[in-house]
Design a protein. Structure first.
Length: 139
């Protein structure tokens, strides 16, 4: 069992809400993902590297991200009792089911490092933008 049975799933449903996302919620998540710390440096990337190479790299990233999300959905569907996505399966539950506790711990550690790196890069990008604003306003 991934989450400890029907009782545990019912308790999770009470705490976490239903297994659905509204249109507004999906737009908020998509906007948050798109407007990450890398968004600030995109004009500079195109200015320094031209249009062709960055566009090709972004297309490659788009394709690899699409494949990764497809494989993630496939892994979710392969969890016993979830072939039609009936259960609430979180990201780390997949690693627990496929690779056991060791895989779960490695996935959680990598996920936390990724979140920390994104947070640090966001702070640095915002600090640089604020520095530029202060310099612009006080020449």
């Amino acid at each position: 069992e991934v989450s400890g049975g029907a009782g545990a799933e019912e308790a999770a449903r009470e705490k976490l809400g239903l297994k659905r996302i509204t249109l507004f919620g999906s737009i908020v998540i998509l906007t948050n993902t798109i407007c990450g710390p890398g968004m600030v440096v995109l004009p500079r990337v195109y200015q320094e590297a031209g249009y062709v190479i960055p566009t090709l790299v972004f297309m490659l990233i788009c394709i690899s991200s699409s494949l990764a999300s497809t494989f993630l959905c496939d892994c979710m569907a392969r969890i016993p009792g979830n072939s039609r996505f009936e259960r609430r399966i979180e990201f780390v539950n997949i690693f627990d089911n496929m690779w056991g506790k060791w895989g779960l711990r490695v996935a959680q550690a990598m996920f936390m490092v990724n979140m920390m790196a994104q947070t640090v890069s966001s702070i640095i990008a915002n600090a640089q933008v604020m520095d530029s604003l202060v310099v612009f306003l006080n020449p």
